[in-house]
Write a protein of this length. Structure first.
Length: 280
């Protein structure tokens, strides 16, 4: 570790130090809004350093060094995970980078971090108001940024492995829970991935998503050669057989839309369609 970080003469930020900012952002974050985080027995408000370390997948010592203002080789990946955990605005994320590594973030290189900053309280309220229908907001690489409680009730994995496509192709349970997996789910999903890769050829998250799925799923590799493209699933009716429904097949109509203020976000709502499902 090097010496504590001091603002450079050319920094765009003045005032609060990095430790002051991080403590403030951490203490304002309500642990009850983070799925999978234990909240019973807490004595104070906000997140602890241990919470943040766990959620950003680093050691408590590593995160503590950052919060003490120690300058080190903090990666963009770590700082972006931290921005998402603390739900920083775009301006706050900018300030985090300046204080932690002495430069602003490369916005174009990490669209998913920008997307996370744009998923604000209004979108969360919108998702919550969709109950009992599961709903979530994802970035262009299908990383789930925010979601409502019914989504986690139906898909518990979303609280831990929050990428829709990786679950669908790399989790064995998905083949059972997504009814008619190959035709109704896998092929349209691959078509969406191919379409977004064509739209965003320089997006590293999409490139990694394609690579991971094709390396990890032999059926996906075979279907990929069909070169199908699908723009969106809006209006499609598909079937699920989830433990939440005790294995009973349920038909859902997919509502897919984008907020007008962002081209990085997609909103998905799964509306139970009793006309197409077994409601017994």
């Amino acid at each position: 570790m090097d010496s504590p970080a001091e603002p450079n003469e050319g920094d765009e930020l003045s005032g609060e130090s990095l430790p002051e900012l991080l403590r403030s952002w951490r203490m304002r974050t309500d642990p009850r809004t983070i799925s999978g985080l234990a909240t019973s027995g807490r004595r104070g408000k906000g997140l602890t350093q241990r919470d943040v370390a766990h959620l950003t997948e680093v050691s408590e010592r590593w995160y503590g060094s950052l919060e003490r203002g120690t300058r080190a080789g903090y990666s963009a990946d770590f700082l972006d995970r931290l921005s998402s955990v603390l739900r920083l605005s775009r301006a706050e994320r900018h300030a985090l980078y300046l204080r932690a590594v002495g430069r602003p973030p490369a916005l174009a290189a990490v669209p998913e971090a920008d997307a996370a900053a744009e998923a604000d309280e209004v979108l969360q309220e919108f998702l919550d108001n969709q109950a009992p229908n599961p709903a979530f907001v994802a970035d262009v690489a299908w990383n789930m940024i925010v979601y409502n409680q019914p989504l986690v009730d139906w898909f518990p994995w979303a609280a831990h492995q929050a990428n829709q496509m990786r679950w669908a192709f790399l989790s064995p349970e998905a083949r059972e829970q997504l009814v008619n997996w190959e035709h109704d789910w896998a092929r349209p999903f691959l078509g969406q991935i191919r379409y977004e890769r064509a739209r965003h050829p320089g997006n590293e998250a999409l490139r990694e998503l394609e690579r991971d799925i094709l390396e990890g799923s032999p059926p996906a590799r075979e279907m990929w050669d069909r070169r199908e493209m699908v723009e969106h699933p809006d209006g499609d009716v598909r079937r699920l057989a989830l433990p939440y429904h005790r294995g009973r097949e349920v038909a859902v109509r997919i509502v897919a839309l984008r907020p007008m203020r962002s081209d990085r976000l997609r909103v998905i709502v799964l509306m139970e369609d009793r006309r197409g499902g077994d409601s017994t």
